[in-house]
Design a protein around this ligand. Structure first.
Ligand SMILES: [Zn+2]
Ligand SMILES: [Zn+2]
Length: 273
């Protein structure tokens, strides 16, 4: 199986990355894609994948972290940071740009003091989202897309920057249960990422029944979104089979079928076949 979204580059995995990967392999999760959220996590993802077989990286700046460029005392230079991201794209084990997108969710837990979402921030998120899609196109990389409570802005930018070469190489990661997003994804051969919340969220369960198998990929979003029966604990890629089992039950197909098809899809998404 292939965990297409697993933050082994986050602090939660400091010192236990190798063990976590070994445990995942023992549970049949042989491929992992590590998405990044800013320049330091992008660099860390590249370090991790360097000496791991079948573990790949995505680099990019997450919309939540665009806030750092807007703060009055900001020491961050956006052009410089995007330049760093572009440099990392030369690494062969970097298969995608991500996770990138738009995020209007108000995070209560954030490292930013006085965090707020205003239209100025969303405008900046849109600019950076567009620039990063262009980087993926320029360097022939895949796209890991993040959208939270921002469908309109998200689809506006994606649509204006879309290129046919991104078909089959893009995912709506942790896709919100939304018919319009699903229709857009199917129209553009974009994969839909399903996470552990499908084991407890009714809206995610209902949505999972509507996703055609050919468009489905699995992701744990570790260390977040731990599936039942381990909710409340730190998530790990070893829990990916629990997501496969739940979708198999919801779609009334065998777990083997889910496993086989989602692994094929994920390999294609990452440009590995
Ligand atoms: Zn995300
Ligand atoms: Zn993520």
């Amino acid at each position: 199986m292939f965990d297409t979204h697993c933050h082994l580059n986050f602090q939660a995995f400091d010192g236990v990355v190798d063990r976590t990967i070994t445990e995942a392999q023992a549970n049949g999760v042989n491929h992992i894609l590590i998405p990044s959220t800013d320049v330091p996590t992008s660099k860390k993802a590249c370090e991790i994948v360097g000496d791991q077989e079948n573990v790949f990286a995505a680099v990019g700046i997450h919309p939540h972290h665009i806030f750092q460029f807007q703060m009055s005392d900001s020491e961050f230079d956006l052009t410089k940071e995007l330049g760093e991201i572009e440099k990392l794209l030369e690494d062969k084990k970097v298969v995608a740009v991500g996770e990138i997108g738009i995020d209007r969710h108000y995070y209560r837990k954030t490292k930013y003091k006085d965090y707020q979402i205003d239209e100025e921030l969303v405008t900046l998120q849109k600019d950076v989202f567009r620039s990063q899609i262009e980087l993926a196109k320029k360097h022939d990389k895949s796209l890991l897309l993040h959208n939270r409570e921002a469908k309109k802005d998200f689809l506006e930018i994606l649509d204006s920057a879309w290129d046919k070469k991104l078909e089959g190489k893009t995912v709506f990661h942790c896709c919100e249960p939304d018919e319009e997003l699903l229709a857009y994804a199917l129209d553009h051969k974009i994969y839909i990422g399903v996470d552990g919340d499908v084991t407890y969220s009714d809206s995610k369960k209902a949505f999972a029944t509507k996703i055609p198998l050919k468009s489905l990929v699995l992701e744990t979003d570790s260390p977040f979104l731990t599936p039942e029966p381990y909710r409340g604990q730190k998530n790990s890629p070893s829990n990916l089979p629990l997501i496969a089992s739940k979708i198999a039950e919801l779609q009334d197909v065998t777990k083997e079928e889910i496993t086989k098809q989602t692994t094929e899809n994920a390999l294609a998404l990452a440009g590995l076949v």
